[in-house]
Structure formats: C-alpha cells, structure tokens
Design a protein around this ligand. Structure first.
Ligand SMILES: *[C@@H]1O[C@H](CO)[C@@H](O)[C@H](O)[C@H]1NC(C)=O
Ligand SMILES: *[C@@H]1O[C@H](CO)[C@@H](O)[C@H](O)[C@H]1NC(C)=O
Ligand SMILES: *[C@@H]1O[C@H](CO)[C@@H](O)[C@H](O)[C@H]1NC(C)=O
Ligand SMILES: *[C@@H]1O[C@H](CO)[C@@H](O)[C@H](O)[C@H]1NC(C)=O
Ligand SMILES: *[C@@H]1O[C@H](CO)[C@@H](O)[C@H](O)[C@H]1NC(C)=O
Length: 581
C-alpha cells in the first residue's frame, strides 16, 4: 500500500475520534498530499487567478468500519442479516463526521470568509464543496495551481502538492481537485466500424453460437437465460452510467431492437441528467460506448426498466480567466447524486475506469467507500476490469522511480464492487485484453482469501515477483463475452469489443436474477462478491484457457478456479438462479 509516495499516514486515523476541543490549534501549514510530476502531462503557466474552481473537501468519517461490517453481514448468504439492506439514513449515520470535525472545518472556512450559504454538503455531511476563485483556493491550501496539458491536447488545472494547517489534518481526509490528474476512460477497444456497410433494416445478424459475432439471442443461449420472463418489472430496474459526454441514442436503440429483439421496439430508457449532463439525441452525437452499454444491458434484461445517467465529463479548459474549471470528477458527481436518491436501481453497470496509480490513493479510498454505501443499500455494482491485460503500455510506475509494475484498473480494484473481465469465442477462452491483476491500494478482502490464495499458491512466489501485490485485492471477479458485439451506432452496425461489452452483459444477467428475487418477495442481491466466492462454483462457467499479456509479459493464465484473467468465470443464469433465489 505504501508503494506510492502519497501522504498516507492519515489513513491510520480513519475511525479515530476527533482530538479534544481544548487542544491548542497548530496553524502551521503542513503538506497534506504531494505527488511526483504526472506522466503524460506538461506544465504550462499558472492557472488564471480569477477563474473559479469547485473544491470538494472530504471530512473523516466516524464509523466506516461499522458500515463495512454491516455490509459484509448483509451480503453473506449464510448470515442471519443476509439481505437486510440499510436505509439511506442508516448509511448516513455510519459515515457522518464527528461533530467536532464539522465545527473545526466550518470555523476554518469562516476564518477565510466562507460561510454556510457558500457551501454544498453531502447528505451525511462528510463531503463539503465550495466554489472559489483560484487565488483564494491557493491561499486556503498553501499551493499554486497550474494549467497542465496532456500529450493528447486536453488541459487540466491541478497542483502536485497542497497543504493544510496542522490541526486540520485529523479532520480533513482529502481535498480535490488538487492532485487528481485522472481523466476516465471508456473500456471499449477500437471497434470495427461497419463491416457490412450501412445497416439495412432487413438484415438478419443472428449467429447461433456467438462465434463470429455476438448478438442478444446468442448471448441469452450461451448464458442459459433464453426464455426467462421477467416478472418484477414494477420493482426492479437496471442502471447504466455514462461519463465523458457519451450519449445513448434512442433511434439506434430502436434499430437494435428491430434487428435483435422485435418485442422491445418502442421501449426505451429513462434519461437522468446528473449535474447538467446532456442528452444530445442528434444521430451524429451518439456514443459508441453508451450505445453498446444501453443496447446490451437493457436488451438482456428486457422488459426490466432501464435508467441512463449522463454525468458531464471534462469540457475543454480555455485559460481566458473566466471559465469555471470543471472539477472533472465524474464519479463523485454521480455518487453525490445517486446516494442522495431514495430509490436506486438494484443493478448498475459502469464501463469506465483508470489506471489505479493515476488516481491518488486518498481519492480512490474515499470513492471506494461510497461504493460500499451503495452496496449496503442493496445495489450491485458491476465495473469493467479494463482492456490492457495486466497493464497498458510500458507499465512504468509514476512514483518517480519508473519501475515496471503491473497496473490494475480503478474502480474495479475497489473490494466493494464486482469487477468484470472478458472472454471470447466458443468454447469460451479469455480475451487477451482482459484486464486483471492485483490492487496496490486495496488489500485482499476476506471473501477472496480461499480462491485467490489458491491461485497464488499455484503461481508460486517467483513468477512476476515484484511486479504485483500478492496481498492485494484480485480482479476480475467474473467475466463475460467481450468481442465482436453487434452494436447499432449512427447509420451503422458496428462490431465492438472490450470489457465494456462484458460489463453490461453481466449486469443484464444480474438484473434478471434480481428480477427473480424480487418476484419471490426477497430483497435484491446487493453486494454480490461474498455470495459468488462462497457458492458461485458450478453456477459460473470456469474459463481455463488463455492469458492476458501486458507490460511486456505474457500476463497471467486462466486456470481452474479463480484467476486474474476471467475471475470465477462466466454466468450460467439458470444455475445462478438456484444459488441466488
Ligand atoms: C506545528 O506543526 C508543525 C508542522 O507539523 C510542526 O513542525 C510544529 O512542531 C508544530 N508546533 C507545535 C507547537 O506543536
Ligand atoms: C411501435 O410503435 C409503432 C407506431 O406507434 C406501432 O405501429 C408498432 O406496432 C409498435 N411496435 C411494438 C413492438 O410495440
Ligand atoms: C448535438 O450534437 C451535434 C453533433 O455533434 C452538434 O452539432 C449539436 O450542436 C449538438 N447539440 C447540442 C444542443 O449540443
Ligand atoms: C521517469 O520518466 C519520466 C517521464 O518519462 C522522466 O521525465 C523522468 O526523468 C524519469 N525518471 C527517472 C528516475 O528515470
Ligand atoms: C502459463 O502457462 C504456460 C503453459 O502451461 C506456462 O509455460 C507459463 O509459465 C504460465 N504462466 C504463468 C504466469 O503462470
């Protein structure tokens, strides 16, 4: 965990009580977090002082440990509390900051002329945000903001180090945007556009066995879900997240349905704008990723209602002194929104992620905790494991030392989400690009001990020694088909691949399982991993052939049981029904 040179010491005081009020306050600035120069970015000039920035301040939570134990109890199928999901209020009680923390931070902000009416707070008050001109943010944090340009041309306003008065270090866990240079990536591999030219409406595409192209019908057969009729459509729902200005096109969805699921024609998703996320239905604005996610996620679970959340990505930054600097932290925006909702779809698919090392540890840790909040409310989160095998490119560490190291994808590495890897062909083998490996941030959760421990024993200590964290959370947890999906996009039928395809596929199957549970008047599955690792054997197709090259190595091998290429395997819906319902 201390592989990276971030300021991690405060992690130790996560659930510690606030210090007594009478302790003298030490106002000396002390560095809170500092990172080496980020790879791929060059520093341009100072950020324009009058541009505004929305700072998000994460306060230490009082009892995340309590929430985590509750989460594990209610997600363990053999525990008496299994399925007793928490209410919004119960979750908020665990993660609320100590009153002392709240008053210290409010007082500090007030001393800088920032008052309650300037602040926005999360429901549990564990996040505070405030919009300020850059020069005031710089004073507050003892830092200087710069404009940074990525080699691909995108610009960000960030700093590589910020400070806080010493006495606030035990109250404030992190402040962003500061050291967070992550931009978020869709997990779809380059697609083959229009192998057949513009789509013709009469064109039949079904491939009975999914071997040359993947359609809804062949996936349903392959995963033993054909013929299942959802019954709990009034209670159940599936959600698809979208970032980076990806729009799901309704007209394309209709074409997909006409081709692959005629009964669903005229049905669509519910569009929800998160913090101004747009819904551009112009055909030329349709996103490949969003279309893929919606067509397969909703198609598999039809007629389960679908929700599509559009959260804005990063608009280009123009250093003209007037632009509001986008926080560009879409996960937090979406999480703020969703955790504030009373009713949340039971199954949520996310096909976006980043190299774990590019996400500051404190940020990854807090975002991951919010996923635990969702899990404890009964939501299953499926996240793509990435498309770079054991790591993208040269896999150099960004801690300044430039060592070679396998790089897993966040948020898949968060132990409270279900990470989905990729397979291809029939019989199924792993896809070469299937993201897999071990987290350098999160240690192995207990539910993985037996299965992951077994894999590591087989691997031995010598193989890839020093390239991965043997104690880390292993990904993926499961997998699904991930190549040559028939997606309708603009005027074309295109073939798309990536764990971006596997994730909505697994989510669609999971939505059907949740349907069966809700129809049987049982609670939704919620956080799924403890159940899968305990009872999933035999209900998932174990993938034992293939490997996931990366970082100049052949990567790991798919093996019997769990492996860091395909996890526990691909779904067998009717076998899972027996285990889950
Ligand atoms: C105040 O904090 C600074 C920075 O951590 C430290 O160097 C200094 O010794 C502290 N002063 C007192 C009086 O504790
Ligand atoms: C879709 O709507 C059109 C126009 O209202 C109608 O003709 C068609 O039968 C509908 N199709 C389905 C499958 O409901
Ligand atoms: C929608 O997208 C199209 C194509 O990218 C663009 O020309 C148009 O301006 C967009 N409309 C809005 C309202 O943003
Ligand atoms: C590591 O790589 C970066 C970017 O390529 C380079 O600027 C830096 O000098 C390298 N550091 C070392 C210690 O080799
Ligand atoms: C993968 O399997 C091949 C063939 O059995 C073997 O030579 C290789 O060492 C294995 N690699 C790892 C990382 O386990």
């Amino acid at each position: 965990m201390n592989f990276f040179l971030l300021t991690l010491s405060l992690f130790l005081s996560l659930s510690a009580a606030a210090p007594p009020a009478f302790a003298p306050k030490n106002h000396t600035f002390q560095v809170k977090e500092s990172i080496p120069s980020p790879h791929g970015f060059s520093q341009l000039g100072r950020a324009p002082p009058e541009s505004t920035i929305r700072l998000r301040i994460a306060l230490f939570q009082q009892d995340f440990a309590g929430l985590e134990s509750a989460l594990y109890e209610i997600s363990d199928p053999d525990h008496p509390r299994y399925g007793a999901h928490l209410s919004k209020t119960q979750v908020e009680q665990y993660v609320a900051p100590h009153p002392e923390t709240l008053s210290m931070v409010d007082e500090w902000l007030a001393s800088h002329g920032i008052h309650e009416s300037d602040l926005a707070r999360s429901p549990a008050k564990d996040w505070v945000s405030v919009t300020l001109p850059i020069h005031r943010a710089e004073e507050l944090l003892g830092t200087e903001y710069y404009v940074w340009q990525h080699t691909d041309g995108d610009t960000l306003v960030r700093t590589t180090r910020y400070s806080l008065p010493q006495y606030l270090h035990s109250h404030i866990e992190l402040i962003q945007p500061t050291t967070m240079f992550t931009r978020g990536n869709a997990m779809s591999s380059p697609s083959i556009v229009s192998p057949d030219g513009p789509v013709s409406e009469s064109h039949a595409v079904d491939d009975f066995d999914c071997n040359t192209r993947v359609t809804l019908a062949c996936l349903m057969r392959l995963y033993n879900a054909a013929g299942y009729k959802p019954r709990a459509t009034k209670k159940n729902a599936i959600g698809i997240t979208s970032f980076l200005g990806q729009y799901a096109n309704v007209q394309n969805l209709q074409t997909f349905y006409r081709q692959e699921l005629p009964a669903a024609v005229n049905s669509s998703f519910k569009f929800v704008s998160v913090y101004g996320g747009l819904n551009n239905q112009s055909l030329s604005a349709a996103g490949q990723e969003a279309n893929l996610d919606v067509q397969f996620g909703l198609g598999i679970s039809y007629p389960t209602p679908g929700t599509f959340w559009s959260t804005p990505g990063s608009p280009p930054f123009f250093p003209d002194g007037t632009t509001v600097i986008n926080t560009n932290e879409p996960y937090l925006d979406w999480l703020d929104y969703i955790l504030n909702s009373e009713h949340i779809p039971a199954t949520i698919s996310t096909s976006y992620g980043d190299d774990e090392q590019t996400v500051p540890f404190t940020y990854a840790s807090r975002v991951c905790k919010r996923f635990a909040e969702l899990g404890s409310r009964g939501v299953t989160l499926l996240m793509a494991s990435g498309d770079g095998g054991v790591g993208p490119g040269a896999c150099l560490t960004n801690d300044g030392s430039n060592q070679t190291r396998f790089i897993a994808q966040f948020p898949s590495t968060c132990p409270y989400v279900t990470s989905v890897g990729g397979t291809t062909s029939i019989p199924e083998v792993s896809a070469g690009f299937s993201g897999g490996g071990f987290s350098d941030y999160f240690s192995r959760p207990e539910y993985q001990d037996k299965k992951v421990g077994h894999f590591l024993e087989g691997l031995g200590h010598k193989t890839y020694d020093g390239l991965y964290n043997r104690q880390g959370r292993g990904i993926p947890d499961v997998s699904a088909q991930s190549d040559r999906f028939t997606v309708y996009w603009r005027d074309y039928m295109i073939l798309m691949g990536g764990t971006s395809a596997a994730t909505p596929t697994f989510a669609g199957i999971l939505a059907l399982l949740n349907d069966a549970r809700l129809a049987a008047h049982r609670p939704a599955l919620g956080f799924l991993n403890p159940l899968l690792y305990k009872h999933g054997e035999g209900a998932l197709n174990d993938i034992t052939v293939g490997n996931n090259p990366g970082c100049g190595t052949p990567g790991f091998n798919a093996t019997h049981g769990w492996d860091p290429v395909t996890g526990l395997g691909t779904p067998d819906f009717r076998a899972l029904l027996k285990v889950c319902v």
